[in-house]
Write a protein that binds this ligand. Structure first.
Ligand SMILES: NC(=O)C1=CN([C@@H]2O[C@H](COP(=O)(O)OP(=O)(O)OC[C@H]3O[C@@H](n4cnc5c(N)ncnc54)[C@H](OP(=O)(O)O)[C@@H]3O)[C@@H](O)[C@H]2O)C=CC1
Ligand SMILES: O=C(O)C1=N[C@H](C(=O)O)C[C@H](O)C1
Length: 273
């Protein structure tokens, strides 16, 4: 049997942080070596299992991210863009795997990861579930098969605490649709309709974001034409679908050359070169 890998989790108190810690703890292929929160957080110094309302796990929550990352084989990070860039620097110094689920990163923030990809094995995706990654491939195929008589709309729904829109997943699906159509998403994205917008521009890819209650994550890609609509849909009803993908990525990255990968690489769903 291969050795159990050491995993540090950032944003330990967060929705994803807690889901990840539970799954890492239940895995026989990895164990929790660090639980990171920001300085001043009231979990700092507490046993993370107890802070989560369960039994002790023997790991105290720390605000020393650099030390926790240096003592891990992989860091799994679902936090916020500025924090993620800092964690990538620490992952590069340690030469380990950095699994990034954080969304809402601007193009400049994504580019800020570049210097670290020569030393860290970065695996980043706006959605780590198998279902959504498969859906991106289906979206690309359908978009390639249809002409622009079919208006493409991406509709997403999330809980009322989500801070970024459109969701990372919606942008992945929009990119896939644009790629299938042979256009650049930045040239055709319509991201904020309000007021007298005028008629829909042919060829645009529209985005709509719903926020409410405890919705975990729902995404539709609609292809709407005169007389018919095709709707591709993914519904997440449990955050473990994202966490399972992240754990898979942490394992896949072990021994892999430094670089910037995505979940299609991990899942073997990338198009052949
Ligand atoms: N790729 C995917 O499959 C998925 C991605 N996500 C993304 O993951 C991110 C987190 O989502 P979620 O867990 O719901 O959010 P939460 O707000 O529940 O958790 C975020 C955590 O990160 C912590 N954090 C923020 N900034 C820092 C920092 N500078 N240093 C250390 N910790 C920090 C927060 O601490 P504090 O409370 O003190 O701010 C909090 O504990 C979002 O970007 C979300 O879109 C979510 C689900 C799936
Ligand atoms: O913030 C969330 O909750 C989620 N974020 C990701 C996104 O922005 O797409 C993935 C998932 O939909 C949940």
């Amino acid at each position: 049997m291969s050795q159990s890998i050491r995993v540090a989790v950032t944003g330990a108190s967060g929705r994803m942080g807690q889901t990840l810690i539970s799954l890492v703890n239940a895995s026989d292929r990895m164990h929790l070596s660090g639980a990171i929160e920001r300085p001043g957080h009231d979990w700092i110094g507490r046993d993370v299992g107890e802070a989560m309302g369960g039994s002790a796990l023997g790991i105290s929550v720390t605000d020393d991210a650099q030390a926790a990352i240096a003592g891990a084989d992989a860091v799994i990070d679902f936090t916020a863009p500025v924090a993620t860039i800092q964690f990538a620097e620490f992952a590069a110094s340690a030469g380990i795997v950095h699994v990034i689920g954080t969304t809402g990163m601007t193009d400049d923030e994504i580019a800020a990861l570049d210097p670290f990809t020569s030393k860290a094995t970065i695996i980043r995706a706006g959605n780590m579930s198998l279902g959504v990654n498969l859906l991106t491939q289906l979206t690309k195929r359908v978009a390639a098969a249809l002409d622009d008589d079919y208006d493409i709309e991406v509709i997403e729904a999330h809980h009322n605490q989500k801070v970024d829109a459109p969701s990372g997943t919606a942008l992945m699906l929009g990119e896939a649709a644009a790629e299938g159509r042979g256009v650049k998403l930045s040239d055709v994205a319509d991201r904020g309709r309000d007021g007298i917008t005028g008629a829909r521009k042919k060829g645009d890819i529209g985005f709509t974001a719903i926020r409410g209650g405890d919705i975990i994550g729902e995404h539709d890609v609609m292809f709407a034409a005169a007389g018919e609509r095709i709707i591709l849909r993914h519904v997440a009803s449990d955050r473990t679908v994202f966490a399972r993908g992240a754990l898979k990525a942490a394992l896949w990255g072990q021994g892999r050359a430094p670089g910037h990968y995505d979940m299609l690489d991990v899942l073997g769903l990338s198009d052949p070169a």
